[in-house]
Design a protein around this ligand. Structure first.
Ligand code: LMR
Length: 390
C-alpha cells in the first residue's frame, strides 16, 4: 500500500534552515525562518520565561491530562492583552492550541463546520495558510495584499469583499504581515471593519506577532476594531514569537459571538477537532505564559523584553531604509513596514545568486527576517544585495 504514496516536496521555508546550517561559510547570513535574533545573533529564552519555568518546576505537582482545551488559565489570562481590557468577556471563549498553526487549523476547521465553503485571503501570505485551507477542504479565493509601491492594497480587499458571498470567510493578518511586513493602517481598518459587517462574511483574524510591530495595544488595533462591529469572528493567536516559545508550540483559538449557544458550540467543535488531531495541546510553554501573566513583576519583565525586541528591529529597519536605493531596490518602504519580515522584489535567480555568492539565505518569495541582521552583518548584506540587484 505505502508504495502508492506520492513523494512530497519539502517545506521550502523549513528546508532553508537545513541548507543554512549545512553552509560552511562563517560569513553566511540567515534571513530565513521567522525567529527573533538579538544583536549578537542568538535567540535566547526570555528571562521572564526562564523565571516562570523555574517556578513551574518548583510548583507543578502533576502532569495529569488537562483536556483538549488545555490550560484555561492561560487562555483567559491572554484575553485582556488580545481583546482589550474593556472587552465583554461573555462574548468570547477560547482554547489552547499547538502554536499559531494549530490555532489557524482550528479556526478554519470550525469555520468549515459552520458551513463556510470559501475563504478569501490576501496574497502573498504565510505559505502555511493556503496549505491549511487546502487540507481542511475550503475553497481559497485570493486578492492582492500589497500595491506595487509597497502599501496595503485596500482597494483589492474592497473588491474581494464586493465579490464575496454572504457566509464566506476572510482571513486577515492582525499585524506584522507575514511575509510583507505591510499592515493595514488604523484608518484602513476603520474602513474594513464595517465592510465585513455589510458583506456578512466571517472574519478569521490571525494575530501571530502581537507586540513586534508598534506595541501590544497598537498591534491589536485592527482586531479590536473589527470585533467592535462584527457579530462574530474567529481568532488565531500565537505566543511563539512574542514570548519566544517557538518549539514549545503555544497558541490559542478564540471565538467571539453574541449568541451564547454558538459560542458554546464553537468551543465544543474545537474540542472535538483537537481530540481527533492532537488530543491535548502541549502544556509547558502555555503554563509558563500563564505564570508570567499572573504575576505583575514577571509581566513587566516580559513586556520590557518585548520592547527591546521591537526597538532592535526598528533600528535595523532604520538602517536598511537609510540605504535608500540598493541596485534596483527602493529601501525606503522597509523603514515603515512592521515586525519580523519584509519582502524584497528579487527574482528566483537573484535569490539563488545571493545565497550562492554571498551565503545570504532568504525565503524563495524574497522575504527576509529583519532580525537576522546585526551590526556585524548588515553592511555585508546591503553590499550583497547591491551585487545581485545591481
Ligand atoms: C515563519 O513564517 O517563518 C514562521 O511563522 C515559522 C513557520 O512556521 O513558518
Amino acid at each position: 500500500m505505502l508504495e502508492n504514496l506520492a513523494p512530497q516536496p519539502a517545506d521550502a521555508l523549513l528546508a532553508l534552515i537545513k541548507l543554512h546550517n549545512a553552509d560552511p561559510r562563517d560569513s553566511k547570513i540567515d534571513l530565513g525562518v521567522g525567529v527573533y535574533r538579538t544583536a549578537q545573533g542568538g535567540t535566547p529564552v526570555f528571562k521572564a520565561i526562564k523565571a516562570a519555568e523555574a517556578r513551574l518546576l518548583d510548583t507543578q505537582i502533576s502532569k495529569a491530562y488537562l483536556g483538549p482545551e488545555g490550560d484555561m488559565g492561560f487562555v483567559h489570562a491572554l484575553i485582556p492583552y488580545v481583546f482589550g481590557t474593556d472587552f465583554d468577556r461573555s462574548t468570547v471563549e477560547g482554547m489552547q492550541a499547538p502554536g499559531g498553526t494549530g490555532a489557524v487549523r482550528l479556526a478554519v476547521e470550525v469555520a468549515k463546520r459552520s458551513g463556510i465553503k470559501r475563504l478569501w485571503m490576501g496574497t502573498p501570505s504565510w505559505p502555511n495558510h493556503a496549505q491549511i485551507v487546502a487540507a481542511v477542504g475550503v475553497e481559497l479565493k485570493t486578492f492582492a495584499h500589497m500595491t506595487a509601491d509597497g502599501f496595503a492594497d485596500l482597494d483589492a480587499l474592497k473588491a474581494a469583499l464586493a465579490s464575496a458571498e454572504p457566509g464566506d470567510a476572510v482571513l486577515l493578518h492582525g499585524c506584522c504581515h507575514n511575509p510583507t511586513g505591510v499592515d493595514y493602517t488604523p484608518a484602513q481598518w476603520d474602513e474594513i471593519a464595517p465592510l465585513l459587517v455589510e458583506r456578512n462574511v466571517l472574519p478569521i483574524l490571525d494575530l501571530a506577532y502581537q507586540g513586534l510591530g508598534d506595541g501590544m495595544d497598537e498591534d491589536a488595533y485592527g482586531l479590536r476594531k473589527v470585533l467592535s462591529v462584527v457579530p462574530e469572528a474567529l481568532v488565531a493567536y500565537s505566543c511563539d514569537k512574542n514570548f519566544g516559545l517557538y518549539r514549545d508550540r503555544v497558541g490559542a483559538f478564540y471565538a467571539v459571538t453574541s449568541d451564547a449557544t454558538a459560542l458554546t458550540n464553537a468551543m465544543a467543535n474545537g474540542a472535538t477537532i483537537a481530540r481527533a488531531s492532537w488530543s491535548m495541546p502541549p502544556d509547558h510553554g502555555a503554563a509558563a505564559v500563564r505564570l508570567i501573566l499572573e504575576d505583575v513583576e514577571l509581566t513587566a519583565q516580559w513586556l520590557a523584553e518585548l520592547d527591546d525586541m521591537r526597538d532592535r528591529m526598528r533600528s535595523v529597519r532604520d538602517r536598511l531604509a537609510a540605504a535608500q536605493q540598493v541596485g534596483t531596490i527602493n529601501m525606503a518602504p522597509l523603514g515603515v513596514q512592521n515586525g519580523l519580515f519584509s519582502m524584497l522584489p528579487l527574482n528566483g535567480e537573484q535569490i539563488m545568486a545571493i545565497r550562492e555568492r554571498h551565503g545570504v539565505y532568504m525565503a524563495g518569495s524574497g522575504r527576509i527576517n529583519i532580525a537576522g541582521l546585526t551590526d556585524g552583518n548588515i553592511d555585508q548584506f546591503i553590499a550583497a544585495l547591491g551585487d545581485v540587484a545591481g
